[in-house]
Each structure stands twice: as C-alpha cells, then as structure tokens.
Write a protein that binds this ligand. Structure first.
Ligand code: SER
Length: 580
C-alpha cells in the first residue's frame, strides 16, 4: 500500500462521518513554549480540547506533521523516526467511546480490509487517578475482537503533551501484534499541581502513524521499504554505491550500512520539514535540534564512504517526492531553494569543523604516539567527533583507543547534562542546560578578558547564571569605563568568533595549579581535578579548574554583551552580561 492511499482513505472515511479536514499546523508550536516541536496531532488542538469552539465544528480530521526527538538514538532501526506524519480524528465534546471505537473498527475492517482475527487491542487497567476502562473493552468485545488486554498507565494512557493539559485513558489497536492506532479518551486535564481534573466536556483524540501503518499494511517489517523512504534510500544508494538490503538477508557490515542509510534519510527528511517551517540551524532550541540532525546525517555518510557534500542531494529527493510531499505541502515548494541552501551551507561548515578535529587528532598522535580515552572524549566533545572516527584515525597508525575510559567519561557527562536538563524541553534535544552551558563558558572568557584588559590582579569572587544572563563578581577598585567595557566585550567576542575548542583535561590538583589554571583561592579541591581550557591546550585563552559542563566550541555561543555593572562591596565589582 502507498502512504498516499492510506492518507486519502483516512480523510475520506472521516469526512463521510461528518468530520472536516483541517490543514497540518506548522511544526513549530505557535503559543507553547514548553516544547520545541509539534509532537502529535492533538498538540495544535489543545485550546479546542480544553473547550474553545473550533471554527470548523466538533468533528475534525487531519494529517499532521510531527517531530519527536526523545528517542533520536533509536533512529536507525526499522520503525523509529524523528519526523513523521500522524493521521487523526477528533471529537470535540461530540461523540465519545462508542462511536470512536466503532469508527476505528469500521475503517480497519471495511476500508483497509483487515481481518478481524488479525486485530488485537489494549485498554486502560485503572489506577488511583482513573478507573479501569471496561466500557471500551465491552465495545470491542461486541464488535467481535477477542484479544483484549488491560494495561497500566505507562501503556494505556495518553498525555498531556507537555507538563499540563488534556489527557486520559486510551485504547490501542494492533495488527499482527504491531501497534497502528490509538484512540485517546480525553476526560481529564492535568493541572500544574499534577492533579487530574475531570473535563466537563470529554473529547476523543486519535493518532495513527503514517509510516508505521503503511509498512504494516504492506506486509513490510521495515518502514524504510515503503514508498515514503524508498526514493530517499535509492538516492543514498546511488551516492554511496552501496545497497540497502532487506534485513533478513543481511551480513553485519551491510547492517551497519543499512542503519546509516536509515539515519540519513530520517534526519534529512526532518531537516527539510523543519527548515520549511522557518527554523535555521543555530545553537538554540529548535535551531540546535536542526543542526544536530544535519550533523548526525553527515557523520553517518562517512560510514558509507560519502566524503563529498551529499545532504542537499538527499534533501532534493525528499522535495521531489510527488506522492507524499511535492505539491502537497506548499511550504516545501515555496521554500525549496532556501531549504537546499541552508542544508548545503550547514554541511560545508560542519565539514570544516571536522577537518580541524582531524588535525587535532593527528597532532596528538604525532606528539604522544597515543590518544588517551580522555583526549578522545575531549575531541568528541569539542568537535562533535564520532568516536568511531577517532578509532579509525588511530587504527591507521596502528594504535588503539582506551574505549572503556572514553565510555566512562561519556556516561559521566551524560549524567551531568541530564540532571541539569531535567524540566523544560523534555521532548527536545536542546534544553535550558544548553543555554546555561554557554553562559558558563562565557564566564570563563569574561574572567580572562577582565584579567587581560584590567590586569592580573582581577580575581573572580563569585558568579551566578540563569538561562537569561550571567552575573560575574570580581576584585577591582573602580567602575569600568565605557572604553574598558568595549574592550572586554571585544575580547570575548573575538574568541567566540575564532570558534575555539574547549578542552577538558583531568589532572592532579598540583599539576593543574602549576599549569596556570585559575582557581578560587581558599577553595577546597579534590586531589584530581578537571581543567577546562579554551583554545588549544598549548596556547589557551582561558584555563580554569572547574567542574563544567562547557560548550564544545566557542563558535556556538552567540554575541556577548555587558548590560550592567555595579559595585559588589568594597573593592569588588559586579557585571551582568548576556549572549544574543
Ligand atoms: N495523541 C495520541 C498519540 O499521539 C493520539 O493522537 O498517540
């Protein structure tokens, strides 16, 4: 089955049941700062699910563009995607469980001709927040479904999409054991206190993933074999000279290639849609997700031996997909050139960064005849260098990497960032911690700048960072002149522009102090400390004992600006600064 047929049939069926088709909302939420992207069909409809009347009435149907980055690491298997299309139908206080389930059943068995015996469903088992959903189960039973299971909240409950909002028990439908559709019965609103308030007017929200369902209905166990991905995969096969083999026939080398092809097609398809909705690669939020998607695709390209720029060509194959996208999403046609240009520029830029990373590796090899696990981790951090590439370089020189040490550092770092990022933007790659990290590195550069411009008697005496600004206290006798402020800003901005790597080295405390790393006098430090240097390890601009985390490269920090200065007590000054 073609994806287009599924979409058309779905819309037509629900139109025949009195639903009005609504266009897909933009991928970037208009009035919701809690998530970076629309992640489900219901997401743009939240105000209506909470009671506002919809201009098109109480029965709606659509194909909604979605992006989920929560399990980006899973992309590469048969069924995970960052971008996907979701079919959905809604009842805004109109029909409820009975009709919703009957419609689902009729669509599956009469329109898609699925045999009753191949269908199974799950329903909510009940807990302290809401009772067992026997009502749904009884409706399914009446329709002749035999395989009905009750599962807890983690399986059969949906929402809210952010931290608050409409939610409720759901019933999921499986074809030959694979989930294809989800009917959510939105009976509750989860409030900021975490309580489930009963909605006076319950709604139905359903969701069917186009990619997954197209594959399942075509008897394929791999979404990438559908007509949605095949034109993209074919392009990658052409560019790499390798072939995408069906999983069951595969050797292990082919399986790595297959994984890379899937990641490239997934990520570039997402990038195309994200750019079409007005996002450009940068280091903030949605722009940062976009940048990471493109960079990850480029790295996977290396696995396939694709050393020349290829992202634009792959993007073109997405834009050319007549069955699914071209002529269907006007934002793609309208922004074609812009999309291709942005993707191409980002690739050129990243390849340059990779080149300098390679240069650093080779310098280490020549100097030390080895790259240690922590040096490899620094390269990974600073240049976004995949560890496999570091290993390859070492291998060329008959050296090997202490992968255990590397992995240990990576896990430690991931833990740290996770703790920091708990909270906002749970569904995205970017989060508050990313902004805070930039400010953190900015304080190091500011410290260096002040010592450079005002003299080495300047000592940091405190700092405080929020996601909006940094505050830095230091020893100095008088207010800074406008000229001094300008010089400090220039110093920081020049070093940001130089796109300097930030390196972390772990060393004994005494060695750190000897090496000139700045530290708080009188602070208690452990016997082994991490030292962050901005610039190259030999010719650094800033070097401090610090626990991090810091940005990988200063280039991503934006523009530094001092917005205020004041006294912080006798012999002490305080400045506030922002990154724009
Ligand atoms: N919101 C539900 C989902 O994402 C149904 O649309 O599965």
């Amino acid at each position: 089955m073609k994806a287009r047929d599924l979409k058309d049939k779905y819309i037509k069926f629900f139109e025949s049941k009195g639903h009005k088709e609504i266009p897909s909302a933009r991928l970037v939420p208009e009035n919701d700062s809690t998530t970076l992207f629309i992640s489900a069909g219901m997401h743009p409809l939240v105000p209506y699910l909470l009671g506002q009347p919809h201009p098109l009435g109480a029965r709606l149907v659509d194909v909604q563009k979605c992006v989920r980055t929560g399990d980006i690491e899973e992309v590469g298997d048969e069924c995970h995607h960052t971008f996907f299309e979701m079919l959905g139908n809604w009842s805004l206080g109109d029909y409820f469980k009975k009709e919703a389930i009957e419609y689902s059943y009729e669509f599956l068995t009469k329109v898609l001709n699925i045999d009753n015996n191949n269908l199974s469903v799950t329903c909510f088992a009940g807990d302290d927040d809401a009772p067992k959903d026997t009502e749904s189960a009884e409706i399914w039973e009446r329709l002749g479904i035999k395989d009905i299971k009750f599962l807890p909240k983690k399986d059969n409950w949906w929402g809210p999409a952010g931290t608050t909002g409409p939610c409720g028990p759901d019933t999921e439908m499986f074809y030959d054991g694979l989930e294809i559709w989800n009917d959510v019965f939105m009976q509750y609103n989860k409030n900021a206190k975490g309580e489930y308030e009963k909605l006076t007017r319950p709604n139905v929200d359903t969701g069917m993933g186009v990619e997954r369902t197209t594959a399942v209905l075509s008897g394929l166990n791999d979404d990438y074999l559908t007509d949605i991905f095949q034109p993209i995969i074919k392009k990658i096969e052409e560019l790499s000279g390798l072939s995408y083999v069906e999983t069951r026939l595969i050797t292990s080398l082919q399986s790595t290639h297959q994984k890379s092809m899937r990641i490239i097609s997934d990520h570039i398809r997402s990038a195309v849609f994200i750019i079409a909705d007005g996002v450009e690669p940068n280091n903030k939020e949605a722009g940062y997700v976009l940048r990471r998607l493109i960079r990850r695709a480029i790295r996977e390209g290396k696995n396939l031996g694709m050393e020349n720029n290829f992202c634009k060509i792959v993007a073109q194959s997405v834009l050319d997909n007549q069955d699914n996208y071209a002529g269907i999403y006007p934002e793609l046609d309208l922004n074609k050139n812009k999309i291709l240009e942005i993707i191409e520029n980002e690739e050129i830029k990243f390849r340059k960064t990779l080149e300098s990373g390679l240069h650093e590796i080779n310098k280490l090899i020549i100097r030390n005849h080895q790259v240690s696990g922590s040096e490899a981790f620094n390269l990974y951090q600073s240049y976004g260098f995949p560890v496999e590439m570091i290993e390859e370089e070492l291998d060329k020189n008959n050296l090997c990497l202490d992968i255990d040490e590397f992995n240990k550092l990576k896990t430690e770092h991931a833990k740290k960032s996770k703790t920091l990022s708990a909270g906002k933007f749970k569904s995205g790659l970017a989060d508050d911690s990313h902004v805070v990290t930039k400010y953190h590195t900015a304080t190091h550069l500011l410290h260096a700048a002040l010592r450079n411009i005002l003299g080495e008697q300047v000592q940091q005496s405190g700092s405080n960072i929020t996601s909006n600004r940094l505050r830095f206290d230091f020893t100095y006798h008088s207010a800074l002149t406008l000229d001094e402020i300008k010089k400090v800003e220039d110093f920081v901005n020049d070093n940001i522009k130089k796109n300097l790597p930030v390196m972390c080295q772990i060393m004994p405390l005494e060695k750190a102090k000897e090496s000139g790393a700045l530290h708080f006098f009188g602070n208690k430090y452990p016997s082994s400390v991490s030292v962050y240097s901005v610039g190259n390890v030999e010719s650094w601009v800033s070097k401090e004992i610090c626990t991090g985390p810091h940005v990988e490269n200063t280039g991503i920090m934006g523009k530094f600006k001092i917005i205020k200065q004041e006294s912080a007590g006798s012999g002490k000054r305080r400045v506030y600064a922002i990154l724009e």
